[in-house]
Design a protein around this ligand. Structure first.
Ligand code: CDP
Ligand code: MG
Length: 709
């Protein structure tokens, strides 16, 4: 017993360690089933026996792997496979026979969902088909979005090689902090943003099944953009998971299915749970290495640290075993691994040795490593989760979903019949794992999403077309958090943010600044009351007090922020100076949250709509003897200083309520009740507004208003 091939859990002779099951999704079967099963059983018994006796068998390195197509199975030596030219490899991919059909479907439909087994050639081949058939003629570009940086880089490198160009020239990639593209770039693999300029003629949303945050947002954006750009082609590429959902979301876009080429995979479960899955992985790899026929091995772990530990343990034990075992190449792969190290996982395994790739779930669908026959799956992954109440975001190791587990198992059946060793029980698979992974958008802090969408000009987040809308609470919290970035109250912030949508932020920023100093703008010395009131009257413009404040500021600005001008117009210079400071600050913030500042060019409707968007809660309706607040039916009055004191419009929004002799509304603006439905449909119901205006509105005053207006 000099070799440390100890079992993490001793199953005992009769019980053994594994339970076996055939992967249900295996689509092709080879040979007589009975025969196969008999063989498997024998193999398994041998396997267990060997484990129990810690016996080592050194396999002769006659590396033979099976290379199969749909109707034939050819045995090729590994060396021969390696020698296949790139073009031959391209032709051998499952997508190849469907090239023409696929191009036709793309030509006929604006949005197409493409479903195909991992490794069928979606990512590397489809963009090449498009280039070969001239989609990029006339300087047009093809973009392919990737959820993972590693995938974007390695796939771009591979495609550049296939096309025969230098990476970064015609074929490039762009990931955060790294742009490997040039003027000449026609095909770009990217993780960041979408850069959907008019030059992009086809956009491929790849790995759609991963349902990452960016992908999900992209769905909503692209769906919208596609409506305005009939020339834009949208391809949604996904592994064989849930493609009906995508089709459904994109208004029943057709699904193009690339028939898979998959060999049967036998699944083995442990009979009892593993206490230490890392150790269990190490042992399983060595067990496979010494007992199983040639073929590479893929281990799924949750992150860099685990992967490094596992690799060290494996190397250490191999060293101790020395020449008793054949060479085992241990290769890690995770997102932060330097790219030269990453490339190693793709290099062919030298004859006589076995490669073991220790990966995060990046190898689940994003990367295809040829030659994998054995998969070891501890059943865990690292997942982001977010608690909207506490605002805490955490990355925790959790059991992966059944869908993930099946994807992982599928990696073993790409080049030949394979085996997947699950380090958990069949019971756990059926009862403890979720059916599928919850989309990231439902378990994340949406703060950045909100900013991202805002920077893209999407303002109405509540009604954004999400495939699976994030929890309402999380979204509202994110909006509030964003508002917290603005050192003004939430309603004022909302008004400012809304001004971007209504293209009047220039004016609204001024109004916000003026409102923040609003009670001390007009100077009314006791000895010059008449003059002061006349001066104030001169500033009155239609719309309401907010518009008056805007007018004051604009005139002051035109005077060159003059002190003299203030003095002559009974305006407090100090307050104006402060308003100017506030405005500058706000403008700086707008820049920071990437909200574009522009002017409505004299149109006062958008300005009043933006005010309504922020202060919809402060709505009052004209009623007998005064106004009634819409939500609480509280009686309130227009302040005598207001520019609307005499006009008494039917609907108005007030900035604040002050109680002096009566409940007065200070700083009021006239609105149209229909705007309330536009800016706050979640708050106001059509009926509520119609009913109150037609039924409760006294006829006389309604008329009076119309005459005045
Ligand atoms: O996207 P999909 O999973 O359908 O397949 P793909 O990524 O286009 O991969 C097709 C084939 O390209 C794989 O089977 C690999 O043989 C090869 N490939 C490679 O050798 N190196 C890469 N970095 C990516 C793909
Ligand atoms: Mg792919």
């Amino acid at each position: 017993m000099e070799l440390e091939l100890e079992m993490p859990m001793e199953g005992g002779g009769e019980q053994g360690r594994w339970e076996e099951e055939r992967l249900k999704t295996a689509s092709l079967s080879f040979g007589a089933k009975k025969e196969r099963e008999k063989g498997l059983k024998a193999e398994r018994e041998k396997y267990q026996l060997i484990l129990e006796e810690d016996e080592i068998i050194n396999f002769v390195s006659s590396a033979v792997i099976m290379k199969g197509t749909q109707d034939e199975t050819v045995a090729l030596s590994q060396a021969e496979v390696q020698k296949q030219s790139i073009q031959e490899v391209r032709r051998s991919l499952p997508v190849f026979p469907y090239r023409e059909d696929l191009l036709l479907a793309i030509q006929q439909h604006q949005i197409l969902v493409i479903e195909g087994e991992t490794g069928s050639g979606k990512t590397t081949q489809i963009p090449q088909f498009l280039m070969e058939s001239g989609y990029n003629d006339g300087g047009m570009k093809i973009g392919c979005t990737q959820p993972r940086r590693v995938a974007a880089m390695s796939v771009a490198a591979r495609v550049a090689q296939e096309v025969g160009v230098k990476l970064g020239n015609e074929v490039g990639y762009s990931i955060r902090f790294e742009d490997c593209t040039s003027e000449r770039t026609v095909l770009k693999y990217m993780t960041d943003g979408i850069g959907l300029c008019l030059k992009v003629v086809v956009v491929i949303i790849d790995e759609a099944h991963e349902r990452t945050l960016h992908t999900d947002i992209l769905f909503g954006l692209i769906k919208d953009i596609a409506r305005f750009r009939p020339d834009l082609k949208v391809l949604v590429a996904s592994a064989t998971l849930d493609t009906e959902r995508f089709s459904c979301f994109f208004d029943d876009a057709p699904v193009f299915r690339i028939p898979g080429r998959r060999f049967p995979v036998d699944i083995f479960y442990t009979k009892a749970p593993e206490a230490d899955y890392l150790e269990a992985c190490v042992v399983s790899v060595l067990q496979i290495h010494v007992t199983q026929p040639p073929g590479d091995c893929l281990v799924f772990l949750t992150g860099q640290e685990e992967i490094e530990t596992c690799c060290e343990l494996l190397q250490e034990r191999c060293r101790r075993l020395g020449s008793k075992i054949s060479e085992l190449l241990v290769l890690p792969i995770y997102a932060n691994l330097p790219s030269d190290m990453q490339a190693k996982i793709f290099s062919p395994t030298p004859p006589g040795s076995r490669k073991v790739v220790v990966a995060t779930n990046i190898a689940e669908t994003s990367l295809t490593i040829d030659g994998i026959i054995y998969v070891i799956d501890p059943g865990f992954c690292k997942q982001k989760s977010y608690n909207a109440r506490t605002g805490m975001e955490s990355l925790i190791v959790t059991p992966c979903s059944r869908a993930s587990a099946n994807q992982r198992a599928g990696r073993a059946g790409r080049v030949a019949a394979g085996k997947c060793f699950r380090l958990y029980t069949a019971w756990a698979f059926k009862h403890e794992m979720e059916e599928s992974t919850v989309p990231e958008i439902q378990r994340t802090n949406l703060g950045n999403v909100v900013l991202l969408l805002k920077s893209l000009g999407i303002n109405d987040l509540i009604h954004f077309d999400f495939m699976d809308p994030p929890p309402h609470e999380t979204l509202v919290l994110a909006l509030e958090q964003l508002m917290a970035e603005l050192p003004v109250d939430p309603m004022l912030s909302k008004m400012i943010l809304a001004s971007e949508q209504y293209k009047c932020s220039e004016e609204v920023l001024t109004i916000a600044a003026m409102l923040s100093v609003n009670n001390s703008i007009f100077y009314r010395p006791k000895d010059k009351v008449v003059h002061a009131d006349n001066a104030r009257q001169n500033f009155v413009v239609p719309g309401g007090d907010h518009m008056v404040l805007l007018n004051v500021y604009t005139q002051w600005l035109e005077s060159g922020y003059s002190t003299q001008w203030c003095y002559e117009n009974f305006i407090q210079f100090r307050s104006m100076k402060r308003a100017r400071d506030v405005r500058e600050q706000l403008e700086g913030l707008m820049d920071r949250i990437e909200v574009e500042v522009c002017s409505s060019g004299g149109d006062i409707v958008p300005i009043r709509k933006a005010v309504t968007a922020g202060y919809f809660y402060h709505t009052a309706r004209l009623s007998k003897g005064g106004y009634k607040t819409v939500k609480h039916q509280q009686t309130v009055y227009v302040h005598p200083n207001s520019s609307l004191f005499e006009e008494q419009p039917r609907w108005l929004i007030y900035h604040e309520l002050v109680f002096t002799t009566k409940e007065f509304m200070r700083q009021v603006i006239e609105i149209d009740s229909s705007w309330l439905l536009e800016v706050a449909p979640h708050y106001y119901k059509n009926k509520e507004l119609e009913d109150s205006s037609s039924k409760k509105m006294p006829r006389k005053q309604g008329k009076a208003k119309e005459e005045l207006g």
